[in-house]
Design a protein around this ligand. Sequence first.
Ligand code: SF4
Length: 215
Amino acid sequence: MKKATKKEILEIKEILISNYSDAVTELNYNNLYELLISVMLSAQCTDKRVNIITPKLFDKYPNVEKLSQANLDDVKELIKSCSFFNNKAVNLIKMATAVMENFEGEIPLDEKSLVTLAGVGQKTAHVVMIEYAGANLMAVDTHVFRVAHRLGISSAKTAILTEVELTKKFKTDLHILHQGMVLFGRYVCKAIKPECEEKCFLKEYCKSKGSFKVG
Ligand code: SF4
């Protein structure tokens, strides 16, 4: 597939920023604790499903301390409609325990510390920091990956390499671009039946030419 030129990338960047300058996550949360848990649950699971699950979970376990003392089977039961709920339940409790033991009960807001927590990889850490702190970071999920490839901004094979490429090419405003690409991929440049004619405002930059093999 053709690559986007430097000029095209700059233009795409400007258009995404102007369309999504106020974009935020569609996960429902009230504080850093709820955001971190929602992002952890959202791996391989839709935001919609996570938003159905979390009210009861947060009601029963409203903070790190309570979650660190939680019964594993109870947490599994509360999140069982989420994919990989067994592993996620284990990780949620381990994460809360580590925050209590290593961070005095305060969830850290830096990448180095966040990735020491169970179930928190680089992508989860970046999403949390983008959303909560407006950090100039990129995170590549299935939507960002698909959009970056269809627009010819990246040809990298993995999410991590795509993140490196997007970071290098976009440089600034990465938090807005991340949120924008997620929403653009979710509602316009969809994996199946993208809304090329009806909704796409980046059509002139598209390199996929109707062959939607990526995503
Ligand atoms: S034209 Fe279609 S495939 Fe290309 S970026 Fe727009 S929505 Fe995506």
